[in-house]
Design a protein around this ligand. Structure first.
Ligand code: ZN
Length: 57
């Protein structure tokens, strides 16, 4: 049994506050920190990218 009492994403999306990066594809806020290197994708776009990568070749 794991206790997950950690605070969930605090703050309202789209408030322009720093901390979380926006998806480079659709602009939606992601769960990744703004300091995250490379392109930041939301779960949806990340999944789509994974599908494209998987189909390459
Ligand atoms: Zn996206």
């Amino acid at each position: 049994m794991t206790e997950t009492t950690g605070p969930k994403a605090t703050g309202t999306p789209g408030d322009g506050g720093e901390g979380f990066a926006d998806c480079v594809h659709c602009g939606k806020p992601t769960e990744y920190p703004a300091a995250r290197p490379g392109s930041t994708l939301c779960p949806v776009c990340a999944w789509q990218e994974a599908q494209r990568t998987a189909c390459s070749g």
